[in-house]
Structure formats: structure tokens, C-alpha cells
Design a protein. Structure first.
Length: 174
């Protein structure tokens, strides 16, 4: 025979368990949804986000959402996948490309003219200057970065070869 206090305790335990289940379910509801994906003039992505069950919208970049954990947790798994995809697209896109490369006799080096993506801005640097700038190398596509690395190595080898020949001429042979 069970006593009344044990029945009462069992009843309260069931109520507490149900309360926790409801609390967990309400916390798992999504707060935001992606409504539209836009591409800016610079080629970057912008996401239009809606606050669920409200007529409130805001725009932000995928990188802004990915870097804010609290904001990211408010999206569904499907939206999180979309956000991370577009965030990765923007970060992997090269921002510079080689427009022209030419040999300059005065410098005895190849000079590259790099153009910034979606801009009229350009910079001129030698292969060595570019290869020393890690940030700039990371903003080039693989083929352009390879060409710059190859040119830097070739120029270094030619410089070493000229130095060795100069040393051979300076040392008298027996």
C-alpha cells in the first residue's frame, strides 16, 4: 500500500517533468528565418532576415551572423547551412587579380599590376614585394599566387647565379 505523501511527490515529479519538456520545446523554436539573399555591387552577399511571427526584417552579411553565436542559434539547421555556405563563398573569393606583368630592365625584375575586384583601383609591385605580403597573397586566386611565387623563385635563382659568377671572377684561379 502506497501512502498519500508518495503519491503526491510522484504527481509533482510528473508536473515538473512536463514543465521541463515544454520549456525545452519552446527554447528549440527558431527565432529567425532567411527571407532573401542579395548580391551587392561588390559581389558580396547580404541576407534579409525576418523575426519569426513578426513583420520585422533586417539585413546583414553572412559573416556578421557566423561571428555572433547568439544570433546564429536563432536559425534553423537548414538556414545555418545556407549562412555558412555564403559566408565561405565571400571569404574564399579572390579580391585581386593580375592585370599585367612585365619585365623592367631598370629593376631587373618583373613588375605585376594587380587590379582590385569590382574596382578601378590597381597597384604595382614586384613579385618579391607581393610574396612578402601574406595578406595580399591570400587575396589572389591560386593561379596568380603560383605565378608570383614562381617568378619570385626564378628571380632569386638568377640573382644567386649572378652572385656566384661574380664571386668566381673575383677569386683568382690557381
Amino acid at each position: 500500500m502506497t501512502s498519500k505523501p508518495f503519491i503526491l511527490i510522484d504527481y509533482f515529479n510528473k508536473i515538473i517533468k512536463k514543465y521541463h519538456e515544454l520549456h525545452i520545446q519552446t527554447q528549440k523554436q527558431d527565432l529567425f528565418r532567411i527571407v532573401n539573399i542579395k548580391t551587392t555591387k561588390k559581389g558580396e552577399y547580404s541576407l534579409q532576415v525576418q523575426l519569426i511571427n513578426k513583420a520585422t526584417f533586417f539585413e546583414c552579411t553572412p559573416q556578421e551572423i557566423v561571428t555572433n553565436d547568439q544570433l546564429l542559434e536563432g536559425f534553423s539547421k537548414k538556414d545555418i547551412r545556407t549562412i555558412t555556405y555564403y559566408a565561405a563563398q565571400d571569404t574564399n573569393k579572390p579580391k585581386y587579380k593580375i592585370l599585367i606583368h612585365e619585365f623592367r630592365e631598370g629593376l631587373n625584375k618583373v613588375v605585376f599590376k594587380l587590379g582590385k575586384d569590382n574596382s578601378e583601383e590597381s597597384i604595382e609591385k614586384t613579385a618579391e614585394q607581393i610574396s612578402l605580403d601574406q595578406n595580399l597573397i591570400n587575396q589572389l586566386n591560386c593561379t596568380d599566387a603560383h605565378l608570383i611565387g614562381y617568378t619570385t623563385a626564378s628571380e632569386f635563382m638568377l640573382k644567386e647565379k649572378a652572385e656566384m659568377e661574380r664571386l668566381k671572377e673575383a677569386i683568382p684561379s690557381r
